[in-house]
Design a protein around this ligand. Structure first.
Ligand SMILES: Cc1ncc(COP(=O)(O)O)c(C=O)c1O
Length: 398
């Protein structure tokens, strides 16, 4: 059945694509193809990517791997997380942060998040920690850095490991401290939508301990020591290597990263002025750098009470020509995780509330000069028309 349009589009031309069409990326892929160096055997793109990450983050070691999910699994396993351990995981995150823990036979324990940044609430972590807790994972969600000094103090005081899931932030900082440099290990994702896209791919950064990086490298490469012979296997392990092609694409993006990050920040400043206060989650004042991986748009209380959820918001924005998505589901409710009966999940009131209230918009939109005004106009239309169009939208089963 054809749906009646509730809104006339305010925008019909496409927003910038992501990944962007880029001759440097095409060159990088062709260079690998022509080199015949299609596999990691020293000196190739993966090795150069690892060196570049060490230099970029100023860390002790980096291991480029197949994706951000496997990076988390390897990081936790290298820190000794295993059967019957518990790991604190923010309740607002992509499912991989929790499933990586689950796949090691350990239990991800959900921790509530701060309403301003949707990153882990360290006070809430204090109520979730227990005798079996082995580690905490902080997630730098949507480009917001978590409070890294507080997370580090929390873990040190309890003798547990700290992992940073930095799939969604590359240069973000909390009070001058950059993401990826504080946890015992940090992980990155180079999936196609990410800030450093490689198609797929990921990395584990070892902030201070080069031996940890070596352990991860062996675990990701069939147990081989770095630089060792083909059949020199030191532990039973998996193959989680990044491909040379993906690594070359990430390397091509690394050189453009700062310029694009600056363009996003400029767009975001204009967006914050174009939108009513509180609708776009602005960075915490202690965050000295914000990466704007996603624009987090929240439904204000008055509209929520009149029935507007993030699903309606996304449907309206879609009709208006501004692409958006609803935030992640609350992972403790997903099949295979503890679910409603879990007392820790019940305490995650902010995380549960935002699954209904927050929509997010991809960073590529911030690269379009008209986006701030588009969203401002779209928001004004939704706000004024909401009372009339809501029944029509609800009837569509969103
Ligand atoms: C916070 C977070 N962690 C982990 C991942 C997993 O990364 P990948 O898709 O590269 O496996 C993602 C990817 O979306 C993510 O957003």
């Amino acid at each position: 059945m054809t749906r009646a349009m509730a809104f006339e589009p305010i925008r019909t031309s496409p927003y910038p694509a992501w990944p962007r069409p880029d001759p440097a990326v095409e060159d990088a892929v062709l260079t690998v193809a022509r080199s015949g160096h299609w596999w990691q055997s020293g000196g190739g793109a993966a090795e150069r990517l690892e060196e570049a990450l060490v230099a970029e983050f100023g860390v002790a070691g980096a291991v480029a791997v197949g994706n951000g999910t496997v990076a988390l699994e390897l990081a936790l396993a290298a820190l000794g997380v295993g059967a019957d351990d518990e790991v604190l995981v923010p309740a607002t995150t992509f499912v991989s942060t929790a499933s990586a823990v689950h796949r090691l036979g350990a239990r991800p324990v959900p921790v509530d998040v701060c309403p301003r940044t949707l990153t882990v609430d360290i006070d809430a972590a204090g109520t979730a920690v227990g005798p079996r807790t082995r580690a905490m994972v902080v997630v730098h969600l949507a480009g917001h850095s978590a409070d890294l000094p507080a997370a580090r103090r929390f873990c040190d005081a309890r003798g547990i490991a700290l992992v940073e899931d930095s799939a969604q932030a590359v240069t973000a900082e909390w009070a001058g401290t950059r993401v990826g440099t504080v946890g015992d290990l940090a992980t990155l994702s180079f999936q196609a939508a990410k800030l450093l896209p490689g198609g797929d791919g990921g990395a584990v950064l070892a902030t201070r301990d080069g031996a940890l990086a070596e352990r991860v490298a062996r675990m990701a490469n069939c147990g081989r020591r770095r630089g060792s012979a083909l059949y020199d296997h030191h532990l039973p392990a998996t193959n989680a290597r990044i491909s040379e092609f993906n690594a070359a694409v990430v390397l091509a993006h690394l050189t453009q990263y700062e310029h694009l990050a600056q363009a996003r920040r400029t767009g975001a400043q204009r967006l914050l002025s174009a939108m009513p206060p509180g609708t776009v989650l602005a960075p915490d004042p202690r965050a000295t750098c914000h990466d704007w991986y996603m624009v987090l748009l929240t439904v204000p209380d008055d509209l929520y009470e009149r029935g507007l959820t993030n699903r309606h918001l996304v449907a309206y924005l879609d009709e208006l020509g501004v692409p958006a998505q609803v935030l992640y589901p609350f992972w403790p409710d997903l099949p295979g995780f503890a679910g409603n009966g879990d007392r820790h999940a019940e305490r995650c009131v902010v995380a549960r509330r935002v699954t209904d209230r927050v929509a997010w918009l991809h960073h590529r939109l911030l690269l379009d000069p008209d986006f701030p005004e588009d969203l401002g106009r779209a928001w004004a239309r939704i706000e004024s028309a909401h009372a009339d169009v809501l029944p029509a939208v609800s009837g569509r089963g969103v």
